[in-house]
Design a protein around this ligand. Structure first.
Ligand code: UDX
Length: 447
């Protein structure tokens, strides 16, 4: 492959590694820098500190073009364009914590040539302006700054990088924007070139809108439950309207992950700090918090008080194909169940080790089978493929009560009921009523 412009990536986290691997795949030499010596050591040994489908292969296949280092100077020895991919977690106030971003600026070596700093980390609107000012104050007016937010979703990040819906580039100087846009030309993606503040807002607004759709469909689901409609059909009927589209209309037990909760809070906070009360986002966040707890009510409806009841949680990761537990609904749910006095036994194909550190008082099962054996209820928390094995006569018989609360509407209600399970999903009034009738017949004292 023809040698392309060498690139730097600052921050070997999930975004940084996907960016580095995929640009290497496009033929760039990439220098990746992190401050964590252990992480750099692992990466040099060919071990990946995160789970992301396909990333290990892309890294391995392009290993010859990727170099890992602890020294930020090595980035600028090799490259004139450096992507900043450091973490911007939430602070206690809900603002984005930009400590890592400022740290990068403080560490910049003497730079004689015109280099470009390209921000991939999600930052509040106005951050680029502040960084520009800081660079100018440091005598680095010749260093360019470009905002180039990432829209990668965990589990599909490599594909998202290869085939983005759009590439957003916000720059202070047109030539800088054009240079960054050119790097993405091989993807053929539509390009949005704009100013830095608008690029920053596109990222925050996109995530906030996706989260809003989820909270909206979750509220519709809750209303379906009390009015006799079925949210699965409702979402399908809505999604076929081309103005609405079918995506992000899956009801469940709330959104989690490293982006939505923090970015929605950051946008709400950003608006608040600027004197605007973003009411809609307050509701989106509140609906999501309540949604995580709805399963508890559903369990009580069937089981009565939960003290001493054994509840199997199937899946812990915030979504399938990742071991990421950040803001996972499972954490809130498990804690609520423990607070109700239930015994909680959790299973997840890959997130167990991390979960052990976070969830005290929860028992862990190494297989789904082990998790449900003797349980009063099985709760589908994450839609892992393995969960499809749940509705079998054998597993039904292994449970103390054959109750499934499907927090993701992942299983076929009719099939589960045909096997003799009491099934309750989210926003499916018909199934809810069916479940209640069934519970009344089989467990009159608890119905
Ligand atoms: C998201 C954005 O999709 C991505 O563009 C951004 O860069 C980072 O945040 P990610 O957090 O990896 O990506 O996961 P995503 O697939 O978007 O799901 C987020 C959460 O919403 C998950 O907990 C998922 O279960 C939930 N979700 C998603 C729903 O509850 N219903 C839906 O219809 C879709």
């Amino acid at each position: 492959m023809q040698g392309r412009e060498p690139l730097g990536v600052i921050g070997a986290g999930w975004v940084g590694l996907v960016t580095a691997a995929c640009f290497a795949e496009l033929g760039h030499e990439v220098v990746v820098r992190d401050i964590d010596a252990e992480r750099i050591g692992e990466l040099e040994d060919g071990r990946l500190p995160i789970f992301e489908p396909g990333l290990d292969e892309v890294l391995a296949q392009n290993r010859g073009r990727i170099r890992f280092t602890l020294d930020i100077a090595e980035i600028f020895d090799a490259a004139r364009v450096a992507f900043i991919c450091v973490g911007t977690p939430s602070t206690y106030s809900g603002d984005a914590d930009l400590t890592a971003v400022w740290h990068v600026l403080d560490e910049l070596p003497e730079l004689q040539d015109r280099v470009l700093l390209v921000m991939k980390s999600t930052v509040p609107v106005g951050t680029g302006e502040k960084i520009r000012q800081r660079l100018d104050d440091k005598g680095l007016a010749h260093v360019g700054y470009v905002s180039n937010p990432e829209f990668l979703a965990e589990g599909t990040a490599v594909e998202n990088f290869r085939h983005p819906d759009r590439v957003v580039v916000g720059a202070f100087a047109e030539a800088d924007g054009a240079k960054v846009a050119g790097l993405y030309e091989p993807t053929g993606a539509p390009l949005v070139t704009t100013d830095v503040a608008s690029a920053e807002m596109i990222k925050l607004a996109s995530n906030a809108f996706l989260a809003t759709r989820i909270s909206f469909i979750n509220e519709i689901a809750n209303v379906c439950e009390v009015t006799g409609a079925d949210v699965a059909d409702v979402a399908r009927g809505m999604g076929l309207d081309h103005r609405l589209g079918p995506h992000f209309l899956r009801p469940g037990i709330g959104y989690g992950g490293s982006c939505f909760p923090k970015d929605v809070a950051a946008l709400k906070q950003l608006a608040g700090n600027s004197g605007y009360h973003f009411q809609l986002l307050s509701a989106v966040i509140e609906v999501n918090e309540l949604q995580k707890r709805r399963v508890v009510g559903k369990l009580k409806k069937h089981l009565g008080p939960l003290r001493g009841k054994e509840i199997a949680l199937l899946g812990l990761a915030f979504k399938p194909n990742t071991n990421d537990l950040r803001e996972a609904s499972s954490l809130v749910l498990a804690s609520r169940l423990l607070a109700e006095g239930a015994r909680v036994r959790a299973w997840d194909p890959i997130a167990i080790e991390d979960a052990r550190k976070l969830l005290k008082g929860v028992e862990f099962a190494t297989t789904l089978r082990e998790a449900v054996a003797g349980a009063d209820a099985a709760v589908v928390v994450t839609e892992w493929d393995e969960v499809r094995e749940l509705p079998t006569p054998e597993l039904r018989d292994s449970m103390r009560r054959p109750l499934i609360v499907d927090g993701r509407n992942f299983l076929d209600p009719e099939a589960a009921r045909a096997i003799g399970f009491t099934y309750e999903g989210i926003g499916r009034a018909a199934s809810t009523l069916g479940a209640i009738q069934q519970a009344e017949q089989t467990e009159p004292e608890l119905a």
